[in-house]
Design a protein. Structure first.
Lengths: 632, 226, 286
């Protein structure tokens, strides 16, 4: 953002009018009340246009309000221009709003680098809200008897924390980092569908806002799984959950589609499949899961919506439906979803280890096979979430086997990662520390997962804090740690500024110790009989819970260290980062920081993968053709 | 360090992509969209057979729940006909018979719209409501979401038709930059050739529409015949 | 920038051998310790046959996990100690891109472990149902299942009640079971999904409306056990707990007789005993 073109800028108020986030919010709220109004007239219910405050059971008006609200939001953001032009037969422009300036971060922008930074900030915001919910949950669990929150509010907190984290964080790596770096790594100037790329981000933001509004409608009691028939029973706060998750589903599906299309069609010459950076392979396998799993989620939420509005009986046993249907379909989505969260972590770890071990990635093909194997197997395991439910009990041995089989391809990732470290020249930078923590966390998470996959052991651990600790080890330990690794690794490229290394290390150590101190005792709490999502627990578990709560507060505080580092380094200290601070061979580090809008003067030609550390033909990974315009 | 990019490079110099890229992107998107759609309707197929096998409270399908086979068949047939017409339109477009493609495309659009109207007629005249048991739920849910998908696809078809009609007189090549996007105020890196846009879109649409029509046939078999 | 120096590919120390010996020694020490001291201490304890089996399963799991855990942690420690970059100069490691032999060994070992675990789990599961809900028509039943005592567990928002079909279908608010008996629990629900978790008995089975979820448990001696709902079922889910008792056969006989006479007046208002009950559509109840 150094050399902004000098032009006469109109006054501020004039610049605020147009398609941007402000207009979008106004249109969104307007659309919401329009839908609310229509819904009330269709249902003939009493008219209460100011929906805030009272709990209204007219689900139709809430759904219509949300749908029109989202439509208004997107139109205000500028997404209506394209279909309107196409409707009248004008071909679209390929790129929109890519001019320099802060304004492009608050609207539709087709520059994949802008979208990446939008994602980083947007996801950070909702990660913060979700984390705050977790803190409040831990406040409540300080005491088994004294209730800080009423039972309903507590369930809403639990549900919002879970739903926010599962929904928004599905895009935690793919949103910011894959959008930003996949086109660079494959030598492209853009994503395959830049407008859809921007759409996925704004859908996610609209969804996050909608989930937050559940508190105005009385919250929802179901947790992130939204099991029927509780879902059908619940008041209108449930509608926020349904609309949120459906929007996340659409966003994920489109994000996956865009990623696959980009990686398949837009690779630069010479970038064969066996030279593709392992990060792109991880993104590709995640994208496949997103593309195919999310539609199942959207469908099942559509059924839930019809049950709540049109009075269908998909999930109502006394009306010819079955709650099992929901559980089955939800987990057909839900288990791939778990790997949507875990696989990007594998990808980041395997991508970063060679840089900081100064060795080529060990067993490239095995690593790819591992990720693809996980992708495939994750479709065959969903009923292990239902071992105690009485569904198809004769199939339990199969699901036990298929679930445990997943540890084989996951083991490939471990082997490749560990052997990359072997006899390397390891540098313990901040991103590397986060990657190494992944090994520890995912080891614990994976081994505890074996207990859950075994039916006899699952009897006690299922639905207890054990399973909760398990998936926090895999998702928080596997995804969030690598998320931070990616931030510390790539921020110098994305912004051109350095993050403070000392603060980064403080952040890491506090986070790592507090994380383990928070979740390791929860394995014990689960085994000792503490059920998930309970507002209260047996009195003799208070010591464990207090310990965990205090650790969780420290964990929360470590995020503040990061936040301070992030804001201070990027907005105030502003120390210029070297072009290639990590001496990486990957192509994105050969570009200027921040990356120019057009990425490459000329599309590069690849001759090898980016892991040639220690090999004589080293810089051959990216002999770009001579620059066309600039001088050097 | 090899210099691969410079911040000062003129944007217009680096713009310009291989012309077949748009077609490749749209082609892969069509296939990916089709697979996503398949998984979406798989949920309904699963719901159908699952609820049918459970038959909770003997409410899978009470006697009066019996949608009109005639209307259902008509909806299915019109969808298939529309997809066929689009396919034939693709062949016309490839053979540079642009007027024929426009005619077939328009007919396909009309056929699709009639199918949707008939679907509404069927809902209203079915004699049962969404609350009448498992089959009724699946029937309403499946057909309703199918209509949404069909509407989206018809919108896509309409876009291509509109572009084809708007540029019916030019042999090929670019219109003026501002004009091309329909928004003169925009900074344009516009798609130079609207006709290539129609072609690549049409190829992809034809695949997706045929796939969706196939899913329509599946719905017809499952909901009416089994 | 000049290309960094490369460390020689041929190792001066036999790192691999050294690490493997350390791993084998450490595992050989740690695994028996874990199996003897940690495994049996893992809940749910030995208060029913099923619970004991779970303890055994947990012991096997945790014992197998130990060498894996030792491997990864020792590997990391070894690597940190031996292969850290010293000095500020940028040095590249040896360009090793893989080793087919190691890959093969790794695949074989992990596959064998996984197959063993799955086989072991299946065996344990089929032996007695291991205390998990197995639905209305499981193919495998524990030995002597025909003589099992039927007890129905009905979940509703937000309490469990229990019916004894063998004793006229009497419905009671607290669970009492006879000692040293194989019991067939029929878990069902009237509204949302609950999960019946009898902690010390090692029993967990979801209560679904319209489903008869069967779970077998063979009690041992007299016992007081905790019952808890383990599936989020709405507002007061956290308070849906209870205490059950396993009592001697004669005490049980006396108790059930007392319950029958006590609940006699209300029995005619109850629906007849069935494997499940379909109440009015559960819409908008709370």
């Amino acid at each position: 953002m150094s050399a902004v073109a000098v032009e006469v800028r109109p006054p501020l108020w004039r610049r605020l009018i147009g398609f941007n986030a402000l207009t979008a919010v106004v249109f969104g709220i307007g659309g919401y009340y329009l839908g609310w109004f229509i819904g009330h007239h269709i249902n003939g219910a009493s008219v209460a246009y100011l929906g805030v405050g009272g709990i209204d059971q007219n689900d139709l008006s809430v759904f219509l309000g949300y749908f029109l609200g989202v439509a208004g939001f997107l139109i205000g953001m500028g997404f209506g221009v394209y279909p309107w032009a196409r409707l009248r037969g004008y071909p679209p422009s390929l790129r929109e709003k890519e001019q320099q300036g802060v304004g492009r971060y608050f609207g539709l922008c087709t520059d994949h680098k802008v979208v990446g930074i939008q994602y980083l900030c947007g996801i950070g915001l909702f990660f913060f809200i979700g984390g705050l919910n977790a803190m409040l949950i831990r406040v409540e669990l300080l005491s088994p008897a004294r209730q800080v929150f009423p039972a309903g509010q507590y369930l809403t907190l639990v549900g919002m924390h879970g739903t926010m984290m599962m929904g928004i964080m599905s895009s935690a790596i793919l949103g910011p980092f894959a959008n930003y770096f996949v086109p660079l790594m494959i030598g492209a100037r853009r994503m395959a569908f830049p407008r859809i790329e921007s759409l996925t981000f704004w859908l996610l933001m609209a969804g996050g806002a909608i989930l937050t509004t559940t508190i105005f409608f009385g919250g929802f009691p179901t947790g992130w799984t939204g099991y029927q028939p509780l879902n059908d029973q619940a008041n209108t706060g449930m509608d926020s959950y349904i609309v949120f998750f459906a929007l996340v589903g659409i966003s994920m599906c489109l994000l996956g589609l865009n990623m696959i299309a980009t990686i398949v069609t837009m690779r630069a010459p010479g970038l064969t499949w066996s030279r593709l950076p392992i990060f792109c392979w991880g993104v590709l396998s995640t994208a496949v899961l997103q593309l195919l799993a999310a539609p199942v989620l959207i469908a099942v939420l559509g059924m839930a919506m019809l049950d709540r509005t049109a009075q269908t009986t998909f999930f109502i046993p006394s009306g010819g439906g079955s709650p099992y249907l929901y559980q089955n379909l939800f987990w057909v989505f839900g288990h791939p979803e778990v790997y949507i969260l875990a696989l990007p972590g594998f990808a980041i770890v395997l991508e970063l280890l060679p840089v900081f071990a100064r060795k080529p990635l060990w067993g490239y093909r095995l690593a790819v096979a591992g990720m693809l194997g996980v992708t495939l197997l994750s479709w065959l395991v969903w009923q292990h979430h239902l071992f105690m439910s009485g569904i198809n009990s004769n199939l339990r041995p199969f699901y036990m086997l298929s679930t445990e089989l997943i540890s084989i391809p996951t083991g490939f990732t471990f082997l490749c990662g560990l052997m990359t470290l072997w006899r390397g020249q390891i540098r313990f930078t901040v991103p590397m520390l986060f990657c190494l923590a992944w090994f520890f966390n995912f080891l614990i998470g994976g081994l505890s997962g074996v207990f859950l996959s075994d039916v006899p052991s699952d009897v006690t651990t299922h639905g207890s804090f054990f399973s909760m600790a398990h998936f926090h080890y895999t998702i928080m330990g596997g995804l969030v740690f690598t998320f931070f690794a990616a931030i510390y690794y790539w921020i110098p490229k994305m912004t051109g500024f350095q993050l403070n290394e000392r603060l980064g290390k403080i952040h890491f150590w506090v986070m790592f110790i507090a994380f383990n101190s928070t979740f390791a005792p929860l394995f014990a709490a689960g085994f000792l009989g503490q059920a998930r999502r309970d507002v209260t627990y047996p009195a003799h578990l208070q010591f464990i819970n207090d310990w965990v709560s205090i650790s969780a507060f420290v964990l929360g505080a470590s995020m503040l260290v990061f936040l301070y580092n992030f804001v201070h380094s990027l907005l105030f200290a502003r120390i210029k980062a070297p072009v290639n601070p990590w001496s990486s061979l990957s192509i994105e580090w050969q570009l200027p920081s921040p990356v120019p809008v057009h990425n490459f003067d000329q599309i590069p030609v690849f001759t090898s993968d980016p892991y040639g550390y220690g090999e004589p033909s080293r810089p051959s990974a990216l002999p770009a053709a001579s620059p066309a315009g600039g001088s050097s | 360090m090899s210099d691969v990019a410079h911040p000062a490079t003129e944007y217009s110099i680096v713009e310009g992509e291989p012309p077949e890229l748009m077609g490749r992107n749209l082609n892969s998107a069509g296939h990916l969209l089709a697979s996503a759609t398949a998984f979406f309707f798989l949920a309904f197929v699963f719901a159908y057979f699952y609820l049918r096998s459970l038959n909770n409270d003997h409410l899978w399908r009470p006697k009066h729940v019996d949608p009109s086979l005639t209307l259902g068949t008509l909806v299915m047939a019109l969808t298939v006909a529309s997809a066929l017409l689009v396919r034939l339109g693709v062949l016309d477009h490839r053979a540079a018979r642009r007027a024929q493609w426009r005619l077939k495309g328009a007919l396909a659009l009309v056929a699709g719209l009639i199918a949707i109207v008939l679907q509404f007629v069927e809902w209203v005249s079915a004699g049962f409501g969404p609350a009448d048991g498992g089959y009724a739920s699946v029937f309403i849910g499946w057909t309703a979401f199918n209509v949404l998908f069909v509407l989206g696809t018809l919108f896509w078809l309409e876009n291509l038709l509109a572009t084809a009609f708007r540029y019916r007189r030019i042999p090929s090549g670019a219109p003026a930059p501002g004009e091309a996007s329909g928004d003169a105020g925009r900074l344009g890196h516009d798609i130079a050739d609207p006709l290539s846009l129609v072609r690549s879109g049409l190829e992809s649409l034809s695949f997706y529409w045929a796939f969706l029509a196939g899913l329509g046939v599946l719905a017809w078999i499952v909901l009416y015949l089994i | 920038m000049a290309p960094p120096a490369v460390t020689p590919a041929s190792p001066s120390v036999a790192h691999g051998k050294r690490f493997l010996i350390a791993w084998i020694v450490l595992s050989a020490i740690a695994t028996p310790l874990v199996a003897i001291f940690l495994g049996p201490a893992i809940p749910p304890g030995n208060d029913s046959v099923q619970a004991s089996e779970q303890v055994f399963s947990n012991t096997v799991m945790v014992s197998i996990s130990t060498p894996v855990c030792v491997f990864v942690l020792l590997f990391l420690l070894y690597v940190f100690a031996s292969f850290r970059s010293r000095g500020s100069a940028l040095v590249d490691g040896p360009p090793i891109r893989g080793d087919a032999r190691i890959q093969l060994i790794w695949m074989v070992v992990t596959s064998a472990t996984v197959l063993f675990l799955a086989g072991f789990g299946t065996y344990e599961l089929l032996k007695s149902g291991s205390g998990g809900g197995q639905g209305p028509n499981a193919a495998f039943q524990p030995a002597g299942y025909k003589r099992a005592l039927d007890v129905q567990v009905i979940g509703q928002q937000w309490e469990f009640t229990y019916r004894y079909p063998t004793y006229g279908g009497v419905e009671v608010p607290h669970l009492v079971l006879p000692a040293d008996t194989l019991i067939r629990l029929h878990v069902t629900s009237l509204d949302a999904i609950h999960s019946f978790w009898a902690y010390q008995l090692g029993v967990k089975a979801d209560a679904n409306p319209g489903v008869d979820n069967i779970v077998y448990v063979e009690t041992k001696g007299p016992l007081q056990f905790d019952i808890h709902c383990a599936e989020l079922c709405g507002l007061w889910h956290g308070y849906m707990f209870d205490t059950g008792h396993v009592v001697g056969a004669s005490t049980f006989a006396a108790w059930i007789k007392r319950q029958q006479s006590y609940f006699e007046p209300v029995m005619r208002y109850l629906p007849p005993y069935a494997t499940n009950y379909l109440p009015d559509p559960s819409r908008r109840a709370g």
